[in-house]
Design a protein around this ligand. Structure first.
Ligand code: ADP
Length: 334
């Protein structure tokens, strides 16, 4: 697994759970979503009824699961956690829905990956707090309506555009999470260092924050690697020296690019004169599958303005040449 992968791994679950902020007031960053969600939850609390259903969208590792847990904590209700891929049949969903308690929060991660039949059942349940349980098979099958107590769905998706409109419309509140700026990541890292019981100074934390691709999950993971280095080779303190050495060991450069990202830029600039060059040709040049280059390296390179996607292929921008310490050819896009 890449140290810069924004998706979490199974063995990170425990440490991630320990690092999650528990209440809205201790959740750094995403000020708009925080304020909007805070209002929705406070109003619901005062009314004494469940809030609108909440949809959280945005790239992995930005805090969607964390916010779902916070919704339940702020409402002082239990939370049931499941995910789109775990609900392949409408029956799986019916089983979950029919066992919910009044006011419970149902967290559906990767909600865009639910089956069509489950989706239809879900949006009826969200609107009318009712499911039709089908009993029997074939012509003799009958639908028995089952009343549900009011509950709140918190859906999370990396691809809001993939949700069918009828489902999307059942969410009264949608929050879009965006990448964090360095100052917010510094706040998150200080808090995480405290929870991990490791001393961290300002320069060390800033060094990690600047290389974390705007993503708290990556920031926390890099912090743990720097802590490891500090414990083995240093004085146990996350400082600039430990951060630089550990991140060099894991091939993460000052801009938060790793070996694959740099290989793509090197190939683009040195082998193909800056492009444009087709994705498959580029992939062969770096010795990777086209799919890996497209889904693992490219999104961040494009977002940070190192690479352009053009109709004729991928092209390096001036920032890419500069990052490699090369002279920028004339007529290169900025
Ligand atoms: P997502 O569900 O969007 O993939 P998570 O909520 O699982 O992301 O967050 C991944 C990790 O990053 C968790 O360990 C969590 O504690 C941390 N994290 C995410 N957002 C924040 C934040 N705003 N403040 C502190 N930690 C955060």
């Amino acid at each position: 697994a890449r140290v810069l992968d924004a998706a979490g791994t199974d063995d990170e679950r425990v440490v991630e759970a320990a690092l999650r902020p528990r209440r809205l007031a201790e959740f750094p960053g995403q000020p708009r979503v925080r304020d909007q969600l805070g209002l929705v939850l406070e109003a619901a609390r005062r009314r004494g009824s469940p809030p609108d259903h909440v949809l959280l969208s945005g790239p992995p590792g930005l805090g969607k699961t964390t916010l779902a847990m916070i919704v339940a904590a702020e409402l002082e209700r239990p939370i049931r956690v499941t995910s789109g891929p775990a609900i392949q049949h409408a029956g799986d969903l019916a089983a979950v829905l029919s066992s919910l308690d009044e006011g419970e929060v149902l967290f559906l991660d990767e909600i865009h990956r639910m089956s069509r039949s489950a989706e239809e059942m879900l949006y009826l349940a969200m609107e009318d707090f009712r499911v039709d349980v089908i009993v029997g098979k074939g012509p003799g099958a009958t639908a028995i309506p089952l009343e549900l107590p009011p509950f709140t769905v918190v859906g999370a998706t990396t691809r809001a555009g993939l949700l069918p409109a009828p489902l999307r419309d059942r969410f009264g509140f949608t929050g879009h999470l965006d990448f964090y700026d360095v100052a917010d990541l510094v706040t998150i890292l200080r808090r995480s260092a405290g929870l991990l019981g490791v001393e961290a100074d300002g320069a060390g934390v800033a060094e990690v924050a600047g290389r974390s691709r705007g993503t708290p999950r990556i920031a926390n993971r890099l912090l743990r690697r720097v802590r490891d280095w500090a414990q083995v080779h240093g004085e146990g303190v996350v400082d600039a020296r430990a951060a630089r050495a550990a991140l060099a060991l894991f091939d993460v450069d000052e801009a938060g690019l790793d070996r694959l990202d740099r290989a793509v830029l090197e190939a683009l600039c040195r082998r193909f004169g800056g492009g444009p060059v087709g994705l498959s040709t580029l992939a062969v040049a770096v010795g990777e599958e086209a799919d890996t280059v497209e889904t693992v390296a490219e999104p961040y390179l494009v977002r940070e303005g190192y690479v352009l996607r053009t109709p004729r292929g991928r092209a390096a921008t001036a920032a890419a040449w500069r990052h490699l310490g090369l002279a920028v050819p004339r007529e290169t896009a900025q």
